[in-house]
Design a protein around this ligand. Sequence first.
Ligand SMILES: [Zn+2]
Length: 269
Amino acid sequence: MTICLIFILVLSYLVWIKWIYYRHRRTLAKSIKHAMNVLSSRETNCSKIIALIVTAHPDDECMFFAPTIIRLCEEKASVHLLCLSEGNYYNQGAQRKQELLNSCAVLGIPASRITILDHKKLPDDPRAEWSISLVSTVIVKHVRAHSINMVLTFDGRGVSGHANHVAIHKAVSHLASTGQVPDCSLLSLKTVGLFRKYFSFLELPFSWLLPSRLCCIIGSQGYRQAKAAMLCHRTQLLWFRYLYIIFSRYMFINTFQMIPQGPKNLKIY
Ligand SMILES: [Zn+2]
């Protein structure tokens, strides 16, 4: 009797996940436009969206943002990537740069839309304090040069807590509060607690029920794509990376919060 009840509960939970997934697929374009405040647009896809993913290191794009990149590409948005370091912590910068290009090719971002910085003031180092002013200047220049209308990056906890991730969030928040990119939607990837982080796709109902501005979910085909992108980062493939690929909900689900914009072109004296 108890086994029967457990079986029914597990089955119901899996059916619920399936239902959320299909509902999400049907409503994704609308959700993306809602995040951009362009609900009135008649186009069914998101071809007018020029999105910029801002990361700190090669592999952040697939470890944390794969569901978003895959879904945005499927919805015909133009996706750009700005990676602020070559990931040179172990002097493997050149190799990691190539791995990033390979990973992005798998995810759907062409090399022409990828910028990888190698700036001596922005080293790949969790102990290095990146200048918020420098990072925000780099981002705002990129946004203007490519007519970006949506920026997606880390939140204040940086998913893994890495100081370089957090610095990017601070820089984007600075741009928001000073109104320097008023025509751009700024979204931050929500950091979830340890239990939810490693609950794989089974975490989906939590993400669905809790409030967020944008939710991107991938199914088995998208997951295979995200996994293939992860495997491009050969220098990073230590044993725990394989566990990450299986158990991390960021391989299946991304949820974002809006970073509220301040007044336009606020001058700070
Ligand atoms: Zn990183």
